[in-house]
Ligand binder design. Structure first.
Ligand code: 6R9
Length: 663
């Protein structure tokens, strides 16, 4: 069995518990957390019934809190309740305080930030919702959103929610082909986009990518183009319309559609073990509750706080922690269009000082990259407004944790290492700022209502007690768990609920240490996590195999100091091309192959290394042994284990030589 990690316990910073310095945390002791957690498990109906009534506004109250389970995959929450997510995120705050700032838009260029009030947001959302209606979009339709990080992206999401259309946001770093696949899979008839994007001082040709993607999407009838840069982009008559023109002739109020709690709110594509990304489906009441409850308790959000999540709205973190969670609570949320190093590596810290940010949420890859650039970039900025620093997307290594805690938090902030997934909707394992002592690198303890299990990966038997390692699973449904995969419930069952009957399977390995703290190790399936972006090996292999020179490929994840993992691709060429080629030929081909991956998936999926090889390690039955490739790349060729099952063990020597010569 693997070693169980452990680490020193860090108490809650005293400052957070001092009423003279900070608002009193909602949960302010470990004991209080334990009691509430116990209640959430033993009396879930009371616990979540009350939470849902306290945090959300229902147009018709629910009459049953929970239904269904993992056995049949028929999970439902807040039955018969009626609710609209855009009403909860906008109207109710606009009514109470229309001048309150909902969104601080920090533009790519630092001197161009802009505030959008709840009153303005309500008008914007209503107008766009009206345009969607006028273009024939109805409750239950899907709308694709392919946009840069501008306020209109938030408007787009909420306008869909307002009329009961499912949004399908596609991260604007995805290629035309990836966008095409997602539009086709969801059968979206309308696409919301922009002329161009700006990021790190560079221009991104958003509309061009959309045009390319839509060449094979005949179902798309309408494209609305938001003017981000005002560039002169080609418009297809009849199909493409300028956003500003359309909204300007639409009324500023449109009543929200009354939705059932279990009506779908959105789908979001994510990578799994196969080549085909799946549209993870979330429903309305449960998702919104998970988002609101975790912003309140995990970030200890208090009225007046300025909440800043640095993710892109194209990922789940952006959905839950830029848009739905903070806005459901009536918070001010920061929308950051740029990158941490533009124009200088002080950008984050300037942002925090400028807007007096209280909660700051980013990914370990950004923390590692900034740490490497040197402390001078973070020194000298007024970071005193900060109370909670969040981390998400991958395990945070202790070095990065300490740097974040010491240099950014100055030892006065809570660090919350939040473990969750697209499928979980909101945090499931995480510290609570005022209550749970932390350990550098551990996501600590389960959130309310989350009953964790560590399973023996082979037998599926639950490993009880402390000091155990296995795969991480959850024993019962919680409100924000995904309900299905769009158009393929069977695949949902097979991916998450069937591997270990009676459990939700996360796909991650984890340990519970001697104090009961959870340490998430990383994926146990063929998912690679590059800079917190989820990719499947099969997805990258399918992209490479399309190239005319490629006979076969094997893709693996290797460790990387900055990005967590990086992609190494082994490529066998077609007969005739395989051997005796020149170095120049190999160089050109490698470049072409990298380009191929960028084209099929997106730039963020490009392999760091591509090896042109003669053969791959396979068993006699033809099964590819990725384990061997992983070991070779990790420089552990001396501990390959049993290779006698290989059809041709001599392949290994050639691979070792190849990897060495490329290093
Ligand atoms: C929110 C998000 C999910 C996968 C997940 C796991 C990894 C996320 C983590 C973490 C260790 C954390 N992951 N947070 N691993 N500690 N705090 O990232 O969603 O894109 O679906 O990725 O990310 O491997 O299974 P998603």
């Amino acid at each position: 069995m693997a070693d169980i990690p452990d680490g020193e316990l860090y108490p809650v910073p005293q400052r957070l518990l001092d009423p003279a310095q900070c608002p009193e945390p909602y949960i302010s002791s470990l004991q209080q957390y334990k009691e509430l957690y116990q209640q959430s498990i033993e009396q879930p109906d009371e616990f979540f019934g009350k939470l849902a009534t306290d945090l959300l506004t229902w147009s018709k109250p629910f009459n049953r809190v929970r239904h269904g389970g993992f056995k049949y995959g028929d999970v439902a929450w807040f039955l018969d309740g009626r609710i609209n997510a855009s009403y909860n995120c906008v109207d109710r705050h606009a009514i109470e305080n229309p001048k309150k700032v909902a969104i601080i838009y920090e533009s790519d260029e630092p001197n161009q930030s802009e505030n959008i009030t709840y009153g303005q947001l309500l008008r914007d959302v209503c107008q766009l919702a009206g345009v969607l209606r006028a273009k024939g979009i109805r409750k239950g339709d899907t709308v694709a959103i392919y946009m840069p990080m501008i306020p209109e992206a938030v408007t787009a999401i909420l306008a869909c929610a307002r009329i009961g259309a499912l949004h399908s946001v596609v991260f604007a770093g995805f290629s035309a082909e990836a966008l095409r696949d997602r539009v086709q899979d969801a059968q979206s008839r309308l696409v919301l986009t922009a002329d161009q994007g700006r990021r790190g001082g560079k221009t991104i040709e958003i509309k061009k990518i959309v045009d390319e993607a839509l060449k094979s999407c005949p179902m798309v009838e309408t494209v609305l183009v938001c003017e981000r840069t005002g560039a002169d982009v080609p418009m297809t008559p009849g199909r493409d319309h300028w956003w500003s023109q359309e909204v300007s002739r639409t009324p500023t109020y449109l009543p929200p559609e009354e939705m059932h709690s279990e009506d779908p709110l959105f789908l979001l594509y994510t990578s799994g073990s196969t080549g085909k990304p799946k549209g993870v489906l979330h429903t309305t009441g449960g998702f919104l509750l998970g988002a609101a409850a975790t912003v309140k308790y995990v970030f200890d959000y208090h009225p007046g706080d300025i909440f800043a999540c640095m993710a892109d709205v194209g990922w789940i973190t952006g959905h839950t922690y830029i848009v739905y969670g903070p806005l459901a609570l009536g918070a001010t949320t920061v929308l950051f269009e740029s990158i941490p190093t533009y124009p200088t590596p002080s950008r984050y810290w300037e942002l925090i000082a400028k807007h007096k940010i209280t909660q700051f949420y980013t990914a370990p890859t950004a923390i590692r990259a900034l740490r490497r650039l040197g402390d001078e970039w973070v020194e000298g900025h007024d970071l005193s407004s900060l109370r909670v620093l969040g981390s998400v997307g991958e395990p945070i290594n202790p070095e990065a944790w300490h740097w974040y805690n010491d240099k950014v938090g100055k030892g006065r902030c809570a660090i919350v290492d939040t473990y969750w997934q697209t499928e979980t909707g909101s945090h499931i394992v995480t510290p609570l700022p005022g209550a749970i002592p932390t350990k550098a690198g551990s996501a600590t303890l389960p959130f309310f209502g989350i009953e964790l299990a560590i399973l023996d990966p082979v037998t599926g038997k639950e490993l009880t007690g402390n000091s155990v390692s296995g795969v991480l699973a959850v024993k019962r449904p919680w409100p924000s768990i995904a309900r299905s995969i769009y158009g393929n419930h069977q695949r949902f069952l097979e991916t998450y609920l069937r591997p270990y009957s009676g459990y939700y399977f996360t796909g991650d390995g984890a340990s519970r240490d001697k104090d009961g703290y959870i340490w998430v190790g990383g994926r146990v399936d063929d998912v690679i996590n590059v800079s917190g972006h989820r990719l499947s090996t099969a997805e990258i292999e399918s992209a490479l195999i399309v190239h005319h020179a490629v006979a076969e490929t094997a893709v693996i994840g290797a460790n990387d100091e900055v990005t967590g993992q990086c992609i190494h691709a082994f490529v066998c060429l077609k007969p005739g091309l395989a051997s005796g080629h020149s170095r120049a030929f190999a160089n050109d081909l490698t470049k072409e192959l990298a380009l191929q991956v960028r084209k099929v998936i997106g730039p963020f999926a490009a392999p760091k290394r591509i090896y042109l090889v003669e053969d791959l390690p396979k068993t006699r039955s033809g099964k590819l042994m990725r384990r061997i490739l992983r070991k070779i790349v990790a420089g552990e060729a001396d501990s390959l284990g049993d290779i006698s099952t290989l059809a041709d063990p001599s392949v290994v020597e050639a691979l070792i030589a190849k990897v060495k010569s490329a290093a």
